[in-house]
Design a protein around this ligand. Structure first.
Ligand SMILES: [Zn+2]
Length: 721
């Protein structure tokens, strides 16, 4: 079982991250009043969300030409709103400053939500042109708010006022968050420094867009064509079907297959293809995304991003970008994050050498006459898995039907959180493949929220799997319920046949659903503190925790049923899966950690002019990177880090959160097992419902009664004897 630390990211888009804090949120009735002279043809993206469930996103009314004017109008509106708060003649109070801030920007919130869905899942040349134009404007807008001196003075006054002690803990936390975010964004700088900061942010926004579009161009544009039966050697039927479907999409001759330049196509090919030459070709295509020395090459963009980030950190009074980024995270300092990474790195590398040893022996026994190279790793790992554990992933796959597993995660959510899911067919979607469910409380039947599911790959959709929050739960001005989506890139198989997925993909499904449950369980007052709006190195904890429920007998017996016979997965097979739980953990940990370490070191390097390829190579050599493995995301395609500020100096977060995850699952093990209602209620109360209303370290102590310990993680990955 994969620890699946890396397959997801929560929020892809810079603006979505950026806006969390100052957020937004204007009283909707005020918007209406202010806009009482409607244009002849109002932009539907600006309107309140209408329809059932307290309103839903109008995905059916989107035209790309609407985005730019809608964003511009919405930004203007929010600037006016924040200006009114800043110029309020009344002395600053929590209500007229902080709480009032929570009510601003509601229109922009709605527009950017839909804009984000298009950026991530419905992109194309026309949309990308809009993106290039508006990204710097959104950055400038953000700075205008953070650099509003009168506004900051009011926030500072509330923060320093003795009256703060009388506020509720959530209100105090929100005040702290506003104050900290403003300071971190440069509110205290002089006007020259502020101007430069704003310039940097706008430049960065443009570079992030360029970086992402370059990666997407190479993912959409490149593929390896399989022309004959010989090119398909070793591939199971599901991979053959997917390749045939991809060839049709890519307008290739009938009878051929295409391996797209995305992880969901590449990984299965590398696992099964018996054609070493083609494995190498596919592998090279994939790991060189953004690094081909052509018009989509990202190296120069990275150098510029790193220099601008270093300059920005200095302006803000931090030694490096990493120090600035981690100040507000659970880890607090890059040193603490590095310490954890290096502690896990050594045993993981040792394990890789053992894994390679096993693979080499097997290859030698077969008379393959080769030395294990990176394009051989998955292929021989799979063979070793078969030999050592008598476990073939293809033996497992017929039991893993996408839709059955979706029912499985619904069932788990019912057991742990008392949720019920019913299809909601009266809700507009961005693409016909997307389906929606209403979430209610099983007992009270109360509406909890909506869950959108967008499972299939398509052109214009970025690769990977992620959760996106369309609307956060809050009650600052009446009850607002959660709307979230889970997105994946499963390759559609044959029409009419159930889509079978791998164990890894099933685990990723549970992971992303964990993010969704974090949003759906939210029970807070203020939207800026809602659901998944928590520290970066904490946000993966609820999602990683949910992965543990996939392998529970309750889920496997009921939902891992054979797609033809309907029989549940045999116990002997489950036992073999469990026995192989720590198999290949050396590879999984090292490919992830190498990326996390390079990310951190790039951002600790200061303002030197970095050649990304050289830096990556030198850093990995220094770390003793096994040559049989490549970073999970090489620098020129590292969207987590260069597609936005997102996970920059923050890719370590998956490991940090996994320490907490492994430790937290122990509470169930020590209790009555994974479905212990008491522990689940404790989990909901202290972790899943509190959002960012409480310091995460404190929330965890409330749940577990102590600090997290690293031992559970080491054991989970098989790094302790
Ligand atoms: Zn995640």
């Amino acid at each position: 079982m994969r620890a699946s630390i890396t397959r997801s990211f929560l929020l892809l888009f810079a603006f979505a991250m950026v806006f969390m804090a100052v957020s937004d949120h204007l009283n909707n009735t005020t918007v209406q009043a202010d806009m009482s002279a409607p244009a002849a043809d109002p932009n539907p993206l600006l309107a309140n969300w209408e329809g059932p469930y307290g309103g839903v996103p109008p995905f059916d009314r989107v035209q790309i030409t609407l985005f730019k004017p809608a964003l511009e109008d919405a930004m203007t509106e929010q600037l006016a709103e924040t200006d009114r708060i800043a110029k309020n003649p009344a002395p600053p109070t929590f209500e007229n400053t902080i709480a009032a801030g929570e009510l601003t920007g509601r229109t922009l919130d709605r527009v950017t939500t839909i804009y984000g869905v298009w950026a991530g899942t419905m992109s194309g040349p026309e949309f990308q042109k809009v993106q290039r134009e508006v990204a710097p404007k959104l950055a400038a807008f953000n700075d205008k708010i953070y650099q509003n001196e009168a506004l900051f003075k009011r926030i500072e006054a509330v923060y320093n006022s003795p009256a703060k002690q009388k506020l509720t803990p959530e209100q105090q936390r929100l005040t702290w968050l506003y104050y900290t975010n403003f300071v971190r964004a440069g509110a205290r700088l002089n006007s020259d420094a502020k101007a430069r900061l704003s310039q940097i942010n706008q430049k960065l926004a443009g570079l992030y867009t360029k970086f992402g579009q370059n990666v997407l161009a190479e993912e959409d544009g490149q593929f390896v064509l399989l022309k004959s039966e010989a090119d398909l050697a070793g591939l199971p039927q599901s991979v053959r079907d997917a390749a045939a479907a991809a060839a049709i999409t890519k307008k290739q001759p009938a009878g051929t297959g295409a391996i797209s330049n995305t992880r969901s196509s590449v990984d299965p090919f590398l696992t099964y293809s018996a054609r070493r030459d083609l494995r190498e070709q596919v592998w090279r295509m994939f790991v060189n995304r953004g690094d081909n020395g052509d018009e989509h090459d990202n190296n120069a963009t990275i150098t510029e991003i790193l220099q601008l980030r270093a300059e920005r950190a200095k302006l803000l009074g931090f030694p490096t970008h990493a120090h600035w980024r981690l100040e507000n995270a659970m880890a607090k300092t890059p040193e603490r994050a590095m310490q954890l990474m290096l502690a896990v790195w050594k045993p993981a590398v040792t394990r890789v050498h053992e894994e390679v040893g096993d693979m080499q022996r097997l290859a030698d026994k077969e008379g393959a006459n080769l030395k294990i190279e990176p394009w051989d790793y998955r292929y021989y790992a799979e063979k070793v898995r078969k030999e050592k554990f008598d476990l073939d992933q293809n033996e497992v796959k017929p039991y893993l039907q996408l839709e059955k597993l979706r029912e499985g995660i619904f069932w788990v959510a019912g057991e742990l959180f008392n949720f019920n899911f019913t299809p909601a067919t009266n809700v507009p979607v961005a693409h016909p493949d997307i389906r929606v469910w209403e979430v209610t409380d099983k007992t009270s039947k109360k509406h909890i929220g909506l869950w959108y599911f967008d499972p299939y790959a398509r052109a214009g959709k970025r690769s990977g799997a992620w959760m996106n929050a369309y609307r956060s739960q809050e009650r600052v001005n009446g009850e607002v319920t959660t709307i979230v989506s889970n997105n994946a890139n499963f390759v559609k198989g044959k029409p009419g046949e159930p889509l079978l997925i791998s164990w890894d993909d099933a685990s990723t499904m549970f992971h992303e659903f964990g993010h969704a449950l974090h949003g759906l369980n939210s029970n807070v007052t203020y939207p800026s503190l809602s659901g998944t709006a928590v520290a970066r190195d904490y946000v993966e904890f609820p999602s990683q925790l949910m992965e543990h429920w996939l392998s529970t007998p309750e889920v496997l017996n009921r939902f891992a049923v054979h797609y033809q016979t309907g029989k549940p997965i045999p116990q002997t097979l489950v036992d073999r899966i469990k026995k192989s739980a720590t198999f290949n953990q050396g590879f999984i940990t090292v490919e992830y950690l190498a990326a996390a370490l390079v990310d951190m070191k790039l951002h600790l390097a200061g303002d030197q002019k970095i050649d990304p390829d050289k830096f990556e190579k030198d850093t990995l050599a220094e770390l003793g990177m096994p040559h049989e493995i490549v970073m999970r995301h090489r620098t020129p395609q590292f969207l987590h880090v260069f597609g936005s500020d997102g996970y920059s100096a923050g890719y370590y977060s998956y490991l940090w959160a996994d320490v907490i995850t492994a430790d937290a699952f122990g509470a169930f093990v020590e209790g009555g097992g994974p479905y212990d209602k008491k522990v689940a209620e404790h989990l909901r109360k202290n972790i899943f419902s509190v959002g960012n209303t409480i310091d995460p370290a404190e929330a965890y102590r409330n749940f577990r009664g102590r600090e997290p310990k690293v031992e559970a993680l080491m054991k989970k990955r098989g790094f302790t004897s």
